[in-house]
Design a protein around this ligand. Structure first.
Ligand code: FAD
Length: 393
């Protein structure tokens, strides 16, 4: 039997981040990863705010592009755009970024076990014995399990967590993409393709982009993708290379529980994702710090009870959870809009002072600020929004 202080299930960015922080405090940490390497397949657009780099350093060689603005299209072909003098976001190479976080964790003494999954577990006094899916692997015993196994994993259900919330289905691929401004991202809002969500083109250099969409309606995503390329004018008639296509989930929803005795959930596993933009890196990494700090404290006190680990849950709900609630408000309103409404808003925005607001408040870590101003400027009463926010508490 091999003993560890902490076992992390999932070697994605959030799993490696939590492992690195716990290991740097001297604890013994093992990460169990079901694939044979970290980073693949890349299901992410990799766009993060400049503020993200204050939370965690991103080496220059991992930055594929600097983003200064956006152009948002309605299904009717009208658009609204803005471009700042300075970058407001960067696009990172997610495969290399995951590897970078993995190497940081290794440098702090974290152990990784690849091609391994959890088959079951049993509780032994105040420890957990993990049963892994290979006979060649010795049994593992740990004081704390951190589940960071992403949106699609069943590991959290194994520990008795109920999976609440709703997933956005997404498809994304990479292609050559030229003759548009590579400094801005492009967004398309068409309910027939991306119901209650949006489509995107995120340039990852002068002549290459990540192109995709999300929807909350079941459908054939590759077929809808073809429809997108024939409807959205910036894709129409372009020969797309369609490399690295990935169908994936964006988990949205505020879960009721992220902690049990000896166990914490973090990242996409517990839907720490912004429900309007789909960004999960900032929220997940920030939450991973809270989880790591709670684990370190629990190890110091030799107390792995739910009550002790709840410190993690209080911290993420006060910060990340609050932001998720606010974004739900914006998304709730967005979901009520028809293609006509969105077209009208875009037309209104073009003749208004909103460009200025977006230039100063359109931070992608807190898009609710700009979103709220845009919605109210478009004539949706603030009282209605307040009532909805109150009902969400
Ligand atoms: C199309 C799309 C675009 C996105 N774009 C952005 C963006 O631009 N910016 C942003 O901030 N966020 C974006 N996100 C969200 C972001 O990708 C996620 O929030 C982030 O990857 C979450 O990291 P994670 O470590 O929690 O999960 P993951 O990245 O999914 O990693 C989980 C890891 O756990 C492993 N695993 C799963 N089950 C098991 C198991 N049972 N045992 C062992 N290992 C297991 C997996 O193999 C994987 O390596 C996007 C998501 C999608 C789908």
């Amino acid at each position: 039997m091999k003993n560890y202080d902490v076992v992390v299930i999932g070697g994605g960015p959030i799993g490696s981040s939590v492992a690195e922080r716990i290991a740097s405090n001297g604890a013994s940490v093992l990460v169990i990863e079901r694939k044979d390497a970290v980073g693949y397949p890349n299901h992410c657009s990799g766009m993060v705010s400049k503020e993200f780099t204050n939370l965690v350093a991103v080496p220059n060689e991992l930055i594929l592009n600097h983003i200064k603005g956006a152009e948002v299209f309605s299904a009717h072909g009208n658009s609204f755009s803005f471009k700042r003098d300075m970058d407001f976001a960067i696009v990172i190479d997610r495969v290399k970024y995951d590897k970078y976080l993995y190497e940081l964790a290794i440098a702090r003494g974290t152990n990784y076990m690849f091609k391994t999954q959890l088959k079951g577990y049993q509780r032994c006094i105040d420890r957990i014995e993990l049963l892994l899916d290979s006979d060649n692997i010795p049994s593992i015993s740990t004081k704390i399990v951190v589940v960071a196994a992403g949106a699609t994993s069943s590991a959290k259900r194994m520990f008795g967590f109920v999976d609440e919330g709703r997933d956005i289905q997404t498809i994304q691929l990479e292609s050559t993409f030229t003759s548009y401004d590579p400094d801005i991202v492009y967004v398309y809002m068409d309910n027939s393709i991306s119901n209650n969500w949006f489509s995107w083109v995120i340039p990852i250099g002068r002549n290459r982009a990540r192109i995709g969409f999300g929807t909350d309606k079941p459908g054939n995503l590759p077929v809808l993708f073809e429809e997108l390329t024939s409807k959205w004018k910036i894709l129409k008639g372009k020969e797309l290379k369609k490399e690295n296509p990935v169908v994936w989930h964006i988990p949205t929803g505020l879960v009721r529980e992220s902690v049990k005795d000896n166990v914490m959930l973090v990242g996409d596993s517990v839907r720490q994702v912004k429900p309007f933009s789909g960004g999960g890196l900032y929220t997940g990494i920030l939450s991973s710090y809270f989880a790591a700090d709670a684990a370190v404290e629990a190890l110091k006190l030799n107390n792995y009870s739910k009550e002790q680990l709840m410190r993690y849950e209080y911290s993420w709900r006060r910060t990340v959870g609050k932001e998720i609630k606010r974004e739900f408000l914006i998304r709730d309103v967005y979901k009520t809009l028809t293609d006509e409404d969105k077209d009208n808003i875009i037309k209104k925005l073009n003749g208004s002072h909103i460009k200025e607001i977006i230039n100063t408040q359109g931070f992608i870590d807190e898009p609710w600020r700009a979103g709220l101003r845009i919605i109210t400027s478009a004539g949706i009463p603030l009282l209605y929004l307040k009532r909805k926010l109150f009902m969400r508490k």
